[in-house]
Design a protein around this ligand. Structure first.
Ligand code: UN1
Length: 465
């Protein structure tokens, strides 16, 4: 058997001996078949009354809610998410389904004054057909659903390729979807890059929504654009927390510590840089050390856990490599810096102070509990440092000064600007997405999702004579 078709083994990141599941990855033929099955259902599903599509999503919500404790436990076991966050994710997933169950009944077009004064000139939103969904492991229930639910609400059928690190969560969610939705409305193809590439390349797939790394997302966007299909890619972030001199330092430190280190920093919205106005740098450093020191690193099934393990041993190795390079480049480890000496892929929450905003640790996404601390002479300079990365997903600003908050909300170039809020933890009913290397294509979530999951027909209806 070739390496690419080898079984996928999903291992508990907190206990390396615990194999959660094994699955055979889909190859090109399986992906073809899944697209064919979805395509066969596409027309019928698109013509299903919107109320029935909404009812289907509401039924999935009920089924998910009934099994949310069990699914939360599976999320903890398969991806190492702290149990309180896993429960929050399940609650969010149910809310997403109920939201789109209603959105299905939104107005689906507009009417315009016709040129002749007597015709009916209107637009109507039509589903795109078969859409491909490629999702990451870090929100193994919520991210698939914030793609699947709008796709289905607007009348599309879906072929879903989940992460190879969360196949058991995907299988459990798929079972619920299949039980409540018409046949062919959602198809599941497990696998890694090979299955994803086959889906992206398939001429029967009209659009692909992807969340994952920048390197893969860029390839997805290029491949789809090349064949005239539509892409939506949510990629990495190097998100800044900008702390102004008038901030409530202690409150800010608490929020920053949890946004940087919570779930071991494995969110695209995690805080990767703290940019602090110099007058409060020393207080902020102390407050961060305190707040980070209070972050509980332990088994993710423990109710107190806030940090948990990294997804794989390789992910921890990569993070340790980034820490070592940061040190070599003159970065000062303020706290943490090492692996935790226990079974599981744990890493100490790590804060690294650097004088160079161009340093790798302040430019690249580490996707681990690793955060850079930088000083800025004033808020203008802080905004400039915040903007000085390739990414543009989320910024937190900490201040009590409304004027400066307003100024920064205008001057920052991230898709999300959050005043006195952490960079992570987004609302499901508003547009979500990033600028620059963080995002490609229209925003997802909320009603903004319509832009990606539908296309516009312009219809002119005139009297016969
Ligand atoms: C959040 O901050 O609650 O993959 C959501 C990610 C993001 C979602 C973050 N797309 O981490």
């Amino acid at each position: 058997m070739s390496a690419t078709s080898a079984e996928i083994v999903s291992v508990n990141p907190a206990s390396p001996d615990d194999v959660v599941t094994t699955v055979m990855p889909a190859g090109g033929i399986e992906v073809d078949r899944a697209v064919e099955r979805a395509a066969a259902a596409a027309r019928g599903y698109a013509r299903t009354p919107a109320a029935a599509r909404g009812a289907g999503l509401a039924a999935v919500a009920d089924a998910l809610e009934a099994r949310s404790q069990e699914l939360a436990a599976l999320v903890v076991r398969e991806v190492g998410k702290p149990i309180t966050e896993a429960r929050g994710e399940l609650a969010r997933a149910v809310a997403i389904l109920r939201f789109y169950a209603q959105v299905a009944l939104d107005p689906d077009g507009e009417s315009f004054p016709p040129a002749d004064g007597r015709s009916l000139l209107l637009t109507r939103r039509e589903p795109r057909g078969v859409v491909g969904l490629i999702t990451p492991w870090n929100f193994p229930v919520a991210i698939p659903l914030w793609k699947l639910a709008p796709a289905l609400a607007y009348g599309n059928v879906c072929v879903w390729k989940p992460s190879e690190h969360a196949p058991a969560c995907a299988a459990a969610l798929f079972e619920l979807l299949r039980g409540a939705l018409p046949e062919g409305a959602v198809e599941l193809t497990q696998g890694a890059g090979e299955a994803g590439s086959a889906l992206v390349a398939h001429p029967g797939v009209a659009a692909v929504s992807f969340t994952g790394s920048e390197a893969v997302g860029r390839g997805v966007a290029v491949a789809l654009t090349e064949r005239g299909a539509v892409a939506q890619c949510e990629m990495g972030g190097q998100n800044a927390a900008v702390v102004l001199a008038d901030a409530d330092v202690e409150a800010a430190a608490g929020m920053i510590a949890s946004a940087a280190m919570g779930y071991a920093g494995q969110k695209c919205t995690a805080t990767g840089r703290v940019i602090c106005e110099r007058p409060v740098l020393s207080d902020m450093r102390d407050a961060l050390v305190d707040a980070i020191g209070r972050m509980v690193v332990e088994a993710p099934e423990d109710l107190g856990c806030q940090v948990g393990p990294l997804i794989t041993p390789a992910a921890r190795e990569r993070a340790l490599g980034a820490i070592a390079r940061a040190k070599d480049a003159g970065g000062r480890i303020i706290t943490g810096g090492d692996a935790v000496d226990t079974a599981g892929n744990y890493l100490q929450p790590t804060l690294i102070e650097t004088d160079d905003p161009g340093a790798e640790v302040a430019q690249q996404e580490v996707f681990a509990p690793v955060c850079a601390l930088l000083a800025a002479p004033d808020s203008g300079a802080a905004a400039e440092i915040a903007r000085g990365v390739r990414y543009g997903l989320s910024t937190g600003v900490y201040t009590r000064d409304l004027d400066r908050a307003l100024e920064l909300a205008r001057d920052l170039d991230t898709g999300l600007v959050r005043i006195n809020q952490p960079t992570s933890g987004v609302d499901f009913h508003v547009p979500f997405g990033g600028e620059k290397a963080s995002g490609f294509g229209p925003r997802e979530q909320g009603r903004a999702a319509r832009e990606f999951y539908t296309s516009t027909r312009t219809i002119l209806i005139s009297p016969s004579r």
